[in-house]
Ligand binder design. Structure first.
Ligand code: SAM
Length: 332
């Protein structure tokens, strides 16, 4: 546990040390790491779990990421929400107690800089006491500045993998790790609370990739980190690949919590999909954010990044009540 303690005290582990931490994992070690990570989270945040209302407002995407069910080449049934529909999602979320909205979507050319700016201003003026998080992919610094000036507070842009060779095997050549990283740097420069992150168990991922990811996160120090298991989607080049391990995902969440004590760390939908009690397991491993879905029921079945994506079929208020109950049974 020496290396885990060192990590908790802010040490930068060498590659060799990370390799040791990642490859010597067993249930006993993982349980201790989960307990330590939970204690760190409790120390920083107490017993509070933060909720963010997720609005998946478009599944059109110009990109063709090999893993993603809404990639350009997939036969997804496409939709985009109108500004009025988005505001109405916020309104019902607000009534349930949500004070952060996350607008997430594919890279949809319909949502130009100007349309996004208008949307951001509308949400921020109707809900001035709410934080607004965007997750709409790679844009120019000029566009990010516009979004920031319009009032957006946070931006989620997973780096996906910090290993250049791995990045090339997950994306067509038009998409590069350099560009993804330059977007993250711009977001930080502009004062967004910035979220990076990666999938666990994506094809061709090795221990060396995880070391690159962890070292990158330690350097970049994002305010938020999204980590979830890769889950295959039937209409992508990775249809036949295996899903990522839930246990390894939990272990990585815990390591990130130890390394970045104040980080906002969601128990992701993919984790909740891959394991029945995934959300609770995530919290017990150090996560402190959950993102219930506020999208209208009629489009929820269309934002399918992977197969069997969890959809409780409940409206937001009901699922929030169940979530609160489940979280309180584990003491949060
Ligand atoms: N377009 C925006 C972007 O690129 O950041 C946001 C939407 S994108 C679909 C959100 C995240 O979903 C990606 O960053 C990726 O990590 C995750 N994702 C996509 N396909 C997935 C899959 N098959 N399994 C698990 N996560 C997946």
């Amino acid at each position: 546990m020496g290396l885990i303690d060192a990590l908790e005290q802010g040490a930068k582990l060498t590659r060799e040390e990370w390799r040791h931490v990642l490859t010597k994992r067993n249930k006993e070690i993982a349980d201790v790491v989960f307990q330590k990570a939970s204690a760190v989270r409790d120390h920083v945040y107490g017993k509070k779990i933060y909720i963010r209302g997720l609005i998946e407002f478009t599944n059109y995407c110009k990109n063709d990421c090999y893993y993603c069910g809404i990639r350009r080449s997939a036969g997804a049934s496409r939709y985009r929400l109108s500004k009025e529909e988005i505001l109405s999602c916020c309104e019902s979320g607000y009534a349930y107690g949500f004070r952060t909205f996350v607008l997430q979507g594919g890279e949809d050319p319909y949502f130009t800089e100007d349309r996004m700016e208008d949307l951001i201003r509308a949400v921020k003026s109707e809900f001035p006491d709410c934080a607004l998080t965007l997750s709409v992919g790679e844009k120019s610094e000029k566009a990010y500045r516009k979004f920031r000036e319009a009032g957006a507070d946070r931006y989620l842009l997973r780096h996906e993998t910090a290993n250049r060779e791995h990045y090339k095997r997950l994306h067509p050549s038009a998409q590069t790790l350099e560009h993804r990283m330059s977007c993250l740097a711009a977001l930080k420069r502009l004062g967004f609370q910035t979220g990076a992150g990666f999938m666990v168990g994506s094809p061709y991922q090795t221990t060396e990739c995880f070391i690159d990811d962890l070292q990158f996160l330690q350097e970049f120090r994002p305010e938020m980190v999204g980590i979830g298991p890769f889950i295959p989607h039937h209409d992508t080049p990775f249809a036949g690949e295996e899903a990522g391990s839930v246990e390894l995902t939990l272990y990585l969440l815990a390591l990130v919590r130890l390394m970045l004590p104040c980080v906002l760390l969601p128990a992701t939908t993919a984790l909740g999909t891959a394991s029945e009690n995934g959300t609770m397991k995530g919290i017990l491993a150090g996560a402190n954010v959950v993102m219930p879905n506020l999208s209208p029921q009629n489009v929820r079945g269309k934002y399918l990044l992977y197969d069997n994506k969890r959809n409780t079929g409940l409206e937001a208020g009901e699922s929030l009540a169940l979530l609160k109950e489940a979280v309180s049974t584990i003491g949060y």
